[in-house]
Design a protein around this ligand. Structure first.
Ligand SMILES: *Cc1c(COP(=O)(O)O)cnc(C)c1O
Length: 385
């Protein structure tokens, strides 16, 4: 079945790549665990599959779904978000090339660039991608080969103007990559705003249930997609069949979940913004948030992550350790609410660098529970400070 007759995002989330099994009629495509495929004579492949690293039908189902949701021609699924980023960077760059990267990107991306790819000759320059003038100045100073944007960023929810950066970067011939993990394609579609590549940690909202680690690339350009696909095959960081299947299952409810995450996060942000023990709330949906206008233009809603600054590091730590509905844990984007203390947890690796997170900041991944339980839990934790 093609999905040419489907235009709505919610329809594509349910149907793209999810055809009924042709042999049994099973409405849900099966998990294909086989590592190898019978050949009808040497080289006689039945469905184009020969070995599990080069291709797997369950992975194809996920890749088809991801490409449809991001509006790209090609999607590739990997064992983790960082495996996807690594494959893309190695496909797109060569020694001597440089990446211009946001100063508030995922710590693991910065670590991958500086500690893994740096020694192989990839340079990194850091800029505040939420500041259009700073980005233009950095591009004018020296043209990088690639500009890496994460918006909203983690954990301060800074907003970068994707269309503006794409136009400026393309003028100097740089490739524009957007890490769309926080928004998900349900809220933001970077390729339609001019980006060349979308990267995802599907571990987060796309999987959506905190039960699978994975990553993906969505690419429009045939040649770059071919190079990334070659690395997926040749270096082999593919997603396993069950991981791919769990992710396709999660994605079917992505639009519903993102609506609820956004609704609950809006309630949490508004509530905390009016709370005397909270020094500052970071949420793009708040009118006073620095990137609010850009976010309102390029996103259909503001997502489920809210960060807060407490009085000081001690208050932030105590708060993060005293919620009961919000579980203290790394990661984000699952149906359950989580609380994270970035300085010592997710962002410990960027302490002391340009990407360090203020030590009074706590990040909330607002789940899909009843809003009143979430607000009560936050109030109780704040009362104990
Ligand atoms: C989690 C995350 C990653 C890394 O993905 P993994 O699946 O953990 O490898 C990259 N970018 C962002 C924004 C993330 O939140």
């Amino acid at each position: 079945m093609t999905t040419d007759h489907l235009h709505g995002f919610d329809s594509l989330a349910v149907h793209a790549g999810q055809d009924a099994d042709p042999t049994t009629g099973a409405v849900i495509p099966p998990v294909h665990f086989s590592s190898t495929y019978a050949q009808d004579g040497i080289g006689g492949l039945r469905g184009g599959y020969e070995y599990g690293r080069s291709g797997n039908p369950t992975r194809t189902a996920l890749e088809t779904q991801l490409a449809a949701l991001e509006g790209g021609r090609h999607a590739l699924s990997f064992a983790s978000g960082l495996a996807a980023q690594d494959a893309l960077l190695r496909a797109a760059l060569k020694p001597g090339d440089e990446v211009l990267i946001g100063d508030d990107v995922y710590g693991g991306t910065y670590r991958l660039l500086t500690r893994v790819l740096g020694p192989w000759g990839i340079g990194v320059r850091v800029v505040d991608t939420s500041d259009a003038d700073a980005v233009r100045a950095a591009l004018a100073e020296r043209a990088p080969q690639l500009v890496w944007v994460e918006t909203p960023s983690n954990p301060l929810l800074r907003i970068a103007d994707i269309a503006g950066i794409a136009a400026a970067a393309h003028e100097v011939g740089a490739l524009v990559v957007v890490d769309n993990t926080f928004a998900s394609p349900a809220l933001q579609q970077p390729l339609s705003l001019g980006a060349d590549v979308v990267v995802h940690s599907t571990t987060k909202y796309l999987g959506g249930h905190s039960d699978v680690v994975g990553g993906a690339l969505v690419i429009d350009d045939d040649e770059l997609a071919e190079q990334a696909k070659f690395l997926q095959f040749a270096a082999g960081a593919v997603s396993g069949p069950l991981d791919a299947w769990l992710t396709t299952r999660g994605i079917k409810t992505l639009p519903l979940r993102m609506r609820r995450h956004s609704e609950n996060a809006r309630a949490v942000a508004g509530h905390l913004n009016a709370h005397g023990r909270v020094a500052r709330v970071y949420y793009p949906g708040l009118a006073e948030h620095a990137g609010h206008d850009v976010a309102a233009r390029q996103m259909s809603d503001f997502g489920g992550i809210v960060s807060v600054a407490l009085a000081d590091a001690a208050a932030a730590r105590r708060f993060a350790e005293s919620t009961r509905v919000f579980t203290l844990a790394e990661s984000l984007g699952g149906v359950e609410s989580l609380v994270n203390y970035p300085d010592a947890m997710t962002h410990a690796s960027v302490r002391g660098t340009a990407l360090a997170v203020p030590e009074e900041v706590v990040r909330l991944s607002v789940g899909i529970e009843s809003a009143e339980d979430l607000l009560q839990d936050l109030d109780d934790a704040l009362a104990g400070l």
